[in-house]
Write a protein that binds this ligand. Structure first.
Ligand SMILES: [Zn+2]
Length: 259
């Protein structure tokens, strides 16, 4: 469910929550919801992720990207599929490490970020749990301090194995199947609720994708945006991508014909 935060500008919510266009989007939206629920259950805020900050500059400071099951392997298979309620994900990296896939040298344990090393065991257990949720790892069991630190280190895109595994397919036979809710239906219901709460309920037509003609009309004439008041493009990833493309075409045409 979308967690609306009144302290964050409304427009920023649409960068995070969208009606998915592909199965990769659906998995991404599912991970956001799972992480948000887990953080509530564990009574932690985003500050817990500061424990993962490395001194030498990580590839990202965003936890969802740091522990991304698709990003770790640069897997694009799901980007070519429509949203569904099951998905074939790459393996959890720590599982590959246990099996010794790629050889033991691939799975060295890099130095633990200073803040994480100094944290208490309970906090480390929570970070490991959130890492597992981000990887959709349903087999994860919280271990002792050392096991949790190892799990966090191996399953971070900062681990050197990520760079190697992006260039090879040796992990492909270890793909796993996960189940997820119908994220298209979940997000549509979320947006209906969100706009109703805000006192500007969506109309039924605003839940349907726009035709190409309608998109062109909005891209080329600002009056269509204002008078039609169709907010669908704002929260539908598929229509937003098409609109962005059309806007770029319109903009490039204008620069070519400037007086
Ligand atoms: Zn749409």
């Amino acid at each position: 469910m979308i967690q609306y935060d009144a302290t964050i500008p409304f427009v920023e919510h649409f960068g995070m929550y969208q009606v998915p266009d592909t199965l990769a989007d659906a998995v991404g939206q599912y991970r956001i919801d799972s992480l948000r629920s887990a953080m509530e259950r564990l009574h932690v805020g985003p500050e817990i992720f500061e424990l993962l900050v490395t001194e030498d500059g990580s590839v990202t400071d965003d936890f969802g990207t740091l522990c991304d099951p698709l990003g770790y392997f640069a897997d694009s298979l799901l980007s070519c599929m429509k949203p569904a309620t099951s998905a074939s994900l790459p393996p959890v990296p720590s599982t590959l490490a246990e099996l010794g896939v790629g050889g033991a040298a691939l799975w060295i344990i890099p130095p633990v970020p200073k803040a994480l090393n100094q944290a208490d065991s309970a906090a480390i257990g929570k970070v490991a749990t959130l890492t597992a949720i981000s990887f959709c790892d349903t087999d994860f069991v919280v271990g002792d301090r050392a096991a949790n630190l190892r799990y966090i280190a191996l399953n971070s895109v900062d681990h050197p194995a990520s760079m190697v595994l992006r260039e090879t397919k040796i992990w492909v036979p270890y793909r796993r199947q996960i189940s997820l809710p119908d994220m298209v239906a979940v997000r549509k219901a979320d947006f209906v609720r969100l706009f109703t709460t805000l006192g500007v309920p969506l109309e039924a037509r605003e839940l349907e994708c726009l035709s190409r003609e309608e998109l062109i009309s909005c891209a080329t004439d600002i009056r269509s945006y204002i008078l039609e008041r169709n907010r669908h493009v704002v929260f539908c990833h598929a229509c937003a991508k098409k609109m962005l493309n059309l806007n770029m075409q319109v903009m490039s045409a204008q620069t070519n014909h400037v007086c």
